[in-house]
Design a protein around this ligand. Structure first.
Ligand code: SF4
Ligand code: SF4
Length: 198
């Protein structure tokens, strides 16, 4: 390897490692909010989103809100899901996604080997939902079932006799079960999918 090639390779490595570091720190910060369906990876999302807020206006369930200025200039007025207070209804035609012209919200193209005949809907991973057995009634004695039959994702919420169990591998974190939960504090928690990294 000559000197020129050595320096070119070294500077490419440095640029890549700086870019990786920036992407990681952006992901860690993103643990504080939950983006709308089919949002790009956080750093790409921030580069693409023009803060036009069309997705906020398009949501018929008023689940999307603007992040406030106190969270920093980079994310001010970008859209996030208010899943602590409303579940995302996973609308059949994804109105929030289809109005996003810059493609910050974008349904991924089906891989070539995907089964075109499959009737199963493709859902985005929104957040991580967990069930707190300290608050869920059937874990303490009384029967409940308020969230039974609500989950739109096959296999995400299953019933162990009279008790609900969330399969974290299948659950996409839409929070519709949280919406249906009747106890206070709510037995279903939702957190950012980026939370694990922080
Ligand atoms: S999928 Fe529907 S309910 Fe969910 S954020 Fe988009 S428009 Fe709102
Ligand atoms: S278990 Fe709850 S949060 Fe998970 S997909 Fe089903 S309804 Fe949505």
């Amino acid at each position: 390897m000559d000197r020129r090639e050595f320096f070119t390779r070294s500077s490419k490595k440095i640029v890549k490692s700086v870019a990786d570091e920036v992407a990681d720190s952006v992901r860690v910060r993103a643990a504080k909010w939950i983006r709308p369906p089919f949002a790009l990876e956080e750093i790409d999302f921030l580069l693409a989103c023009t803060r036009c807020n069309e997705c906020i206006d398009a949501c018929p369930h008023e689940v999307i809100f603007k992040l406030p200025a106190r969270l920093g200039i980079q994310v001010t007025a970008t859209p996030a899901l208010d899943l602590l207070n409303h579940g995302c209804h996973l609308c059949e035609d994804w109105p929030c996604v289809s109005v996003c012209k810059p493609g910050a919200l974008k349904i991924p193209v089906k891989p070539d080997d995907a089964d075109d005949e499959s009737d199963e809907r493709f859902f985005p991973r929104l957040a991580i939902a967990t069930l707190d057995s300290k608050h869920c009634l059937p874990y303490k004695g009384p029967e409940c079932g308020a969230c039974q039959g609500i989950c739109p994702v096959p296999g995400a919420m299953v019933w162990d006799m009279t008790r609900p169990v969330i399969n974290e591998k299948i659950c996409i974190g839409c929070a519709l079960c949280r919406d249906a939960c009747i106890v206070e504090p709510n037995a279903i928690n939702v957190r950012s999918k980026y939370k694990k990294l922080s």
